[in-house]
Design a binder for this molecule. Structure first.
Ligand code: ASP
Length: 438
């Protein structure tokens, strides 16, 4: 009896620690174990993959439910306004990110002391632009959903949601009108259920993240970390500056008029998940749960802006293209003119839009940037070994950008409650406290 009581007590104490700290600790511990144990720790990979799969499992349903629920109260013109603001800000912040990448890389000059090793460049090439645009319209919506193609899924759900709203307005049949309401109600209930699943999956994340980090550091080893230390440090400094100046300073503090600490506290689960699984799409359920439970943003904004952001808004990925371009030029003993660096901004923004929110997408996009600049493609193969580390920093920055822009657009459209949640220091939305019922 007393043993079971003390076990229960320990479990309750464990559960009372906010989930993000538990995951943070396993992140650090897993990294250390991976570095010390080395190769055998790669055996833990399946435990980490399970975490990623559990999150991936809910990406499509959570996008469909929240988007449908958000559209319920929107007119096409309001949706157009929100969409325009979101896309405009996404482009602006990505361009600013490349600027930070270039500026810091020019200053630190990574790659000047390394010699390029020969290696086969990645053979995967980025998709042509017209294919990206055409791909937004699904040939078969169920196929798009089945393959977790976010953009075509968003497109179909928006068209379907707007059509449902029109049907409700114009129909003479009570039965049909009630049917429309039922579909929206189902979306609302479905979204709530998905958020419950997200927080449940995060509990497993404590084990999953430990395994992921142990496996990645076991595979990369100390060598990769030391060889590329300057490159890692350059990226780290540049993303830190970008998050500090653009996301926290310009957007949250100045334009939104809220505390950056409140923003970070509300986004912490999504940021830690992005660091751990290095996929914007995989992190999407957690990003949405943070927007809903911690930031109290309305689905009409985040239901659209976050899935879109996970696909097209990648500040960290864009920034990395700037850093990597300078790194590649230094390795090749060349230097980029100001004109070429301006070109990098344009190509890097396009590359980040085209990159999928999956691990390593930014590395593939580097092929595009280096080709345009006439720099050696073998750099891609050279840095591939350290990319699992760089990718984490990129993905975390991508998620921070999605949430910052979403908060600003929500403020502009009166779709966020600043009197609740992390804005006022209440973190009951996330587990470790009393789960919110919002
Ligand atoms: N892994 C990043 C993401 O999912 C993309 C990249 O490789 O930069 O956001």
């Amino acid at each position: 009896m007393s043993t079971s009581n003390s076990v229960l007590g320990a479990w309750n104490r464990y559960r009372s620690i906010p989930i993000v700290y538990r995951i943070g600790a396993s992140f650090a511990l897993g990294s250390i174990v991976g570095l010390i144990v080395g190769d055998p720790a790669t055996a833990l990979q399946p435990l980490g993959d399970l975490f990623v799969r559990l999150l991936s499992m809910i990406v499509v349903p959570i996008v469909i439910f929240t988007l449908l629920m958000g559209i319920r109260g929107l007119t096409p013109s309001k949706l157009g306004k929100i969409g325009g603001e979101v896309v405009g800000l996404y482009l602006l912040t990505s361009a600013a990110a490349v600027f930070f990448g270039l500026a810091v890389a020019n200053l630190i000059a990574p790659g000047t002391r390394l010699t390029l090793e020969d290696g086969d460049p990645e053979t995967q090439s980025p998709p042509p632009l017209e294919e990206v645009f055409l791909g937004i319209v699904p040939e078969n919506p169920i196929g798009a959903m089945a393959n977790t193609e976010i953009l075509p899924t968003i497109f179909f759900v928006i068209v379907f949601g707007l059509a449902l709203a029109m049907v409700a307005e114009t129909t003479d049949s009570e039965r049909v009108a009630a049917g429309v309401e039922t579909i929206f109600d189902i979306a609302e209930a479905g979204a709530e259920a998905m958020f419950k699943i997200v927080w449940g999956v995060m509990e497993y994340g404590v084990i999953g993240v430990f395994a992921l980090m142990a496996a990645v550091f076991a595979a990369a080893g100390v060598d990769a970390v030391t060889t590329f230390a300057v490159l890692i440090a350059t990226l780290l400094l540049a993303v830190a500056l970008h998050i500090l100046v653009v996301h926290l300073g310009a957007i949250i503090l100045v334009l939104v008029g809220q505390s950056p600490a409140g923003f970070l506290a509300g986004a912490k689960e999504a940021l830690v998940t992005a660091l751990s699984i290095r996929s914007s799409s995989g992190t999407l359920p957690v990003t949405m749960a943070n927007a809903d439970d911690n930031f109290h943003i309305d689905e009409s904004v985040y239901g659209f802006s976050l899935p879109l952001g996970a696909t097209i808004n990648m500040d960290g990925t864009a920034l990395y293209q700037g850093v990597a371009a300078i790194f590649a030029a230094n390795l090749a003993g060349a230097s980029l003119t100001i004109g070429e660096q301006v070109t990098v901004v344009a190509i890097a923004v396009l590359a980040s839009i085209g990159a999928a929110g999956v691990p390593g997408a930014g590395l593939i996009m580097l092929t595009l940037v280096l080709t345009q600049l006439g720099l050696p493609l073998s750099v891609v193969a050279f840095v591939a070994g350290v990319d699992p580390i760089l990718d984490r920093l990129r993905t975390m920055t991508n998620i921070s950008g999605d949430l910052a822009v979403t908060t600003l657009v929500a403020k502009w459209n009166g779709a966020v409650d600043f009197e609740r949640g992390s804005w006022v220091g209440d973190h009951s939305g996330a587990p470790g406290g009393v789960p919110g019922d919002d």
